[in-house]
Design a protein around this ligand. Structure first.
Ligand code: GTP
Ligand code: MG
Length: 198
């Protein structure tokens, strides 16, 4: 897929405020700081489309982008940010749950997992929660540029094994780096395929 045209639609605090148009939509979600915003910039080949930060919890709203006037990309705030108050956490959960359950055009959620570290309990819980809601998802391993080839293979294998303790099979998986652009073509081709079936 060639990305010709990107339009920032807006940042919304509630699902009810989000645009409701008849286009396929894809959400990017994962632990705070996992690299969601960076991946979106990499996919779109724009340096600062989505805000990137060293401080976890940077993205706090549902951020909508229209791509090629054909599909929506949604940057979601991350979960598992330790320094967040109980009240904020509850607000996040409500916002995400409402969003995920009320978007008929949501084709799939890309769940980002940090390839550098072992599978985190919170990622497993989130993925299992998506499963319980029957929300289709794909897995995106991030920050692979930080790993040597063998390490990358070993880490991903361990994460897969952790997931396969709960799942009979795994969905589509993408190995990516926002630094090198690894996985970009594969991920965009996957979206293009789903768009064709919309
Ligand atoms: P929140 O919005 O806070 O939930 O974070 P996020 O998931 O959007 O992460 P973000 O893209 O802001 O990236 C967090 C940090 O990881 C930043 O310092 C990025 O530069 C770094 N980072 C993200 N992706 C990569 C990657 O592929 N490789 C490397 N080396 N660093 C990355
Ligand atoms: Mg972000």
């Amino acid at each position: 897929m060639v990305i010709r045209d990107i339009e920032f639609i807006g940042s919304f605090e509630k699902e009810s405020q989000c645009p409701k148009l008849n286009k396929p939509e894809y959400a990017f979600i994962g632990r705070s700081n996992v690299g969601k915003s960076s991946l979106i910039n990499m996919l779109c080949q724009r340096k600062s489309l989505a805000r990137v930060s060293n401080t976890p919890g940077k993205t706090q709203t549902l951020n909508f982008f229209d791509i090629n006037t054909e599909w929506y990309l949604v940057d979601l705030p991350g979960y598992g940010y330790a320094k967040i108050s109980k009240k904020m956490r509850a607000k996040w959960e409500k916002m995400i749950e409402y969003y995920l359950l009320n978007r008929p055009n949501l084709q799939l959620a890309f769940v980002l997992i940090d390839s550098r570290i072992p599978l985190q309990k919170i990622d497993l819980e989130f993925i299992n929660w998506l499963g319980s809601l029957a929300i289709p998802f794909a897995i995106v391993y991030t920050k692979t540029d930080k790993l040597k080839k063998l390490e990358k293979k070993k880490n991903i294998k361990a994460i897969r094994e952790g997931l396969l303790e709960y799942w009979n099979s795994l969905p589509a998986e993408f190995v990516t780096s926002a630094e090198t652009g690894e996985g970009r073509e594969e991920l965009l081709a996957f979206i293009a395929d789903l768009n064709n079936n919309f």
